[in-house]
Design a protein around this ligand. Structure first.
Ligand code: SF4
Ligand SMILES: [Zn+2]
Length: 395
């Protein structure tokens, strides 16, 4: 079975860090077989909900995963019948008047290692038996193929479907060395095209807040990644500001003083730079901690106590109405924390992204990887440096 990630793009240092961070992972999926998230305020005025069901987890998570991800994993023993029953139970708790429903595993719906064929078919049949108007799920680009997409469309009676596909960053060096996405951009493009061939909408997930990048570089990378995804035909993008969560590589970097989440002012700045046309096709996600009540949260993107509620209110209003006026209100809003954020943006970095990444790797290697680092350090740092040659602003 094909892996749901590109093995040639796996970053050994960040993967090993991820595996260590997750090895004693407890959490939600030990005691729960499904999770529900209602999404007030309703996006573009329409009621939506998300239903996640327990699986053995994302295949990429198993080997360390992306630095920010805390999706978690159930036991290997979860059977297709259990997955179908989890979704059935979850559906029974949902209101009947939803417009849109996301039904997703912990990683990729189309990955048969995670969601075997019997579970996929049974769950799609359950979705098709509801009265909701449209559906979505998440799946990595590697798992998307013509045959599977066609099967999904047919089992859902060709009702509107969208698929969330993780991109995070469209810069291959950042994707590999700062996020450990293990993704080939060619495969991503192919996935987006395949969805489009079947009239399935694609939503490219992009993050703001990549480690080892300065606040300014994080903003530029998020903007460039959104623009790249649209240039390759994605229907929408979903913009996530990164949170520090338990059991992730990011929490270790945070504890070592090597990371802090982006300011919500950076989030607003990305939206400002993208402008009203692009923003009408942007889904906001995870900008507010109120909405998610995630027990894994350690530190979240924020502003200050004086303005936080107002900032969230305007972002909620934009999410609900897609009216760019709410973003402009935030652009024109002043607060002392915004001045501090501006000062942070203006700081000239004394070091390059490459050197910041190398310094972090040295710490990860010496503190956690010991003999493996001693054996592999030279080769890892050499490759990291050679591959940075393609990007003058990283060196
Ligand atoms: S972000 Fe997606 S691909 Fe990455 S580890 Fe988490 S579930 Fe897997
Ligand atoms: Zn403030």
């Amino acid at each position: 079975m094909k892996a749901a990630y590109d093995p040639t793009k796996v970053n050994q240092v960040l993967s090993r860090l991820g595996v260590q961070m997750k090895k004693d992972r407890a959490g939600f999926w030990v005691d729960n077989s499904y999770g529900i998230r209602h999404a007030p305020p309703f996006r573009h005025g329409k009621p939506e909900a998300g239903l996640w069901f327990r699986t053995r987890g994302c295949g990429h998570d198993r080997i360390g995963g992306c630095v920010m991800c805390d999706y978690g994993a159930g036991p290997d023993s979860v059977t297709p019948d259990e997955m179908i029953n989890s979704v059935r139970q979850g559906l029974e708790t949902l209101p009947t008047n939803l417009y849109h429903l996301l039904v997703s595993p912990l990683g990729s719906f189309l990955d048969e290692w995670e969601v075997p064929k019997a579970a996929r078919i049974g769950i799609l049949q359950l979705m098709n038996n509801t009265y909701y108007e449209s559906f979505s799920f998440e799946s990595r680009a590697e798992t998307i193929n013509d045959w599977l997409v066609s099967e999904c469309c047919s089992l859902l009676s060709f009702r509107p479907l969208k698929v969330y596909v993780g991109l995070e960053s469209a810069n291959p060096w950042i994707s590999k060395y700062c996020i450990n996405k293990a993704l080939s951009l060619d495969v991503f493009e192919h996935g987006i095209r395949t969805l489009s061939d079947h009239d399935v909408q694609s939503v490219s997930n992009v993050i703001l807040g990549t480690p080892f990048l300065s606040p300014n570089e994080q903003i530029q990378d998020a903007v460039q990644s959104v623009l790249w995804a649209f240039s390759r035909g994605t229907t929408e993008c979903c913009l996530f500001p990164t949170h520090v969560k338990k059991w992730t590589s990011l929490v270790w970097l945070y504890q070592m003083g090597l990371y802090s989440p982006p300011s919500l002012w950076s989030y607003v700045e990305v939206l400002r730079l993208l402008g009203p046309d692009i923003c009408s096709k942007i889904e906001l996600s995870w900008y507010s901690t109120h909405k998610y009540q995630d027990p894994n949260l350690v530190f979240s993107p924020t502003t200050c106590d004086q303005c936080y509620e107002t900032v969230i209110r305007y972002l909620d209003s934009f999410d609900e109405t897609a009216d760019f006026e709410f973003i402009l209100k935030l652009v024109n809003f002043e607060c002392s924390c915004k001045d501090l954020w501006r000062c942070e943006l203006a700081v000239l970095q004394s070091d390059t992204i490459l050197n910041r990444t190398i310094n972090a790797y040295e710490l990860i290697g010496s503190r956690l990887l010991h003999s493996w680092w001693d054996l592999n350090r030279e080769e890892v740092l050499q490759r990291l440096t050679i591959e940075a040659d393609a990007y003058s602003w990283i060196k």
